[in-house]
Design a protein around this ligand. Structure first.
Ligand code: PTJ
Length: 253
């Protein structure tokens, strides 16, 4: 690992890159995961590498929905495990929810490595190795999932998702929460709740809200979820980025 001084202005961003490249060398991250990260990083730059206020409200709404759910699942891929293995386990324990490894570029060796990594870090049960069902309408291997896991879940948290799978999960009447730095992506547009934030901040933030909301009654949670308007929120993110760029270019008024 390169020794990056804490004083470096891009310290956090460079540390995230290091984690991902380590994950790639260890066989957790698919090679295209590095490219996908670059796209996310560009959007993170545009929002100022911070959790913007609307993303915090999205995380709160996601927490309310997860607490309301009967069978919530956190679906993880290579990038998510490489960047946030401990955060995902803590979040799963706090809800409680279960975890399933579900890959875009499915490869059983990588699934096994990811499951083993999650178990080594303390996850009790991880689905994904015994995929016995298919998500209807999804071609190729990324449609495989476990009957007791994603297949029977009522809510799926899918960070860094591809739009097709998000759409197919919704067609199965599941609620889909995603974390995607790109507010223009098809996933961001398709999900019930989109958290436009870096997965490295968002997972911890959802957990913060789980602890804050866990004693609320069902009606209060329903109200939080019911007042969410995902399309409107995406518009707010675009406005946030536009205003920020305008301020940077013309100077703030
Ligand atoms: O491990 P696998 O086989 O499941 O593959 C994972 C990748 C990420 C390669 C696969 O799911 C993929 O190709 O994803 P996409 O379609 O490129 O979408 C990734 C989305 O995540 C893009 O919209 C990026 O902007 C966004 N993104 C990338 N890094 C982050 C992110 N969003 C939040 N936090 C990040 N760190």
């Amino acid at each position: 690992m390169t020794n990056i001084p804490r004083t470096h202005p891009r310290y956090e961003s460079l540390k995230i890159r290091e984690k991902l490249s380590k994950g790639f060398r260890e066989g957790l991250v698919h090679e295209t995961g590095l490219i996908a990260h670059g796209r996310g990083e560009a959007f993170d730059y545009l929002i100022g590498e911070q959790t913007i206020p609307i993303a915090d409200i999205a995380a709160k709404t996601a927490a309310a929905l997860l607490l309301k759910s009967q069978h919530p699942i956190i679906s993880v891929n290579g990038n998510v495990v490489a960047l946030t293995v401990d955060e995902c386990i803590d979040l799963a324990n706090s809800i409680p929810a279960e975890i399933e490894v579900n890959l875009f570029h499915r490869d059983i060796k990588r699934v096994r490595k990811l499951v083993d990594t999650l178990i080594e870090h303390g996850a009790e049960k991880v689905y994904g190795l015994n995929a016995d069902m298919r998500i209807p309408g999804l071609e190729h291997d990324r449609g495989w999932c476990e009957k007791e896991g994603i297949y029977s879940a009522d809510t799926v948290l899918v960070p860094l998702e591809d739009g097709d799978r998000c759409e197919a999960l919704k067609a199965m009447n599941k609620k889909v929460i995603t974390i995607d730095l790109n507010p223009l992506s098809r996933t961001a547009q398709m999900a019930d709740i989109t958290i436009v934030d870096n997965v490295t901040r968002a997972i911890k933030n959802i957990e913060k809200w789980i602890y804050r909301l866990r004693d609320e009654d069902s009606a209060a949670l329903d109200e939080i979820v019911g007042s969410w308007d995902n399309k409107n929120m995406l518009g707010e993110v675009i406005d946030f980025i536009s205003n920020r760029l305008e301020g940077m270019y013309y100077g703030s008024t």
